[in-house]
Design a protein around this ligand. Sequence first.
Ligand SMILES: [Zn+2]
Length: 198
Amino acid sequence: MASDRPKGARAKLRGFILANVGRVLESDELRAASGNTSEWARRVRELRTEEGYQILTNNDRSNLKPGQYLLIDPKPIPAFERGISKETRAFVLDRNGFTCQMCGAVAGEIHPFDPTRRTRLQIGHIIDKSMGGGDDPTNLRAICSVCNEGARNLTLDRPSLQKLLIQVRRATGGDQVEILRWLIQKFPKQTAEITAAK
Ligand SMILES: [Zn+2]
């Protein structure tokens, strides 16, 4: 239909969905928000595929019913990441324990270097695309938005054990205890084994 302006409908839907982050939206609401276009579902799909908004459906979350939509994070996935499939993304995040592979920040927690933000994980390339790196999972890793913004083209190495120990030994006692607390929480089984062996 000539009067059915897709761009207008998409913008209306974008505005409506962004105003309702975290709330489950029903198809009827979305159709109405689009200006009652019959193409509303296609426009929602475009917001996902072309603009990178992670609008979840019952394909993504089993607690959503068919016809329900949910946007949790108002920030779209960056353009460079949209070519990576949902499955690959989920695989890489799971493999990396939902932890930024550069700074160790955990998804959803307050960011250790920027307490004003919650950690959002993105998928980054280990060898940058500009250096010939590919999109297969072996060249992908979880990386938080803070690190990603600072280091899009840097390839930082994991610190060596020796360097890491030097850093920990130089830290204050209070910080060392914090590290201990975190390690105990992360490795309960090993902690029990080590303390039992004493
Ligand atoms: Zn990070």
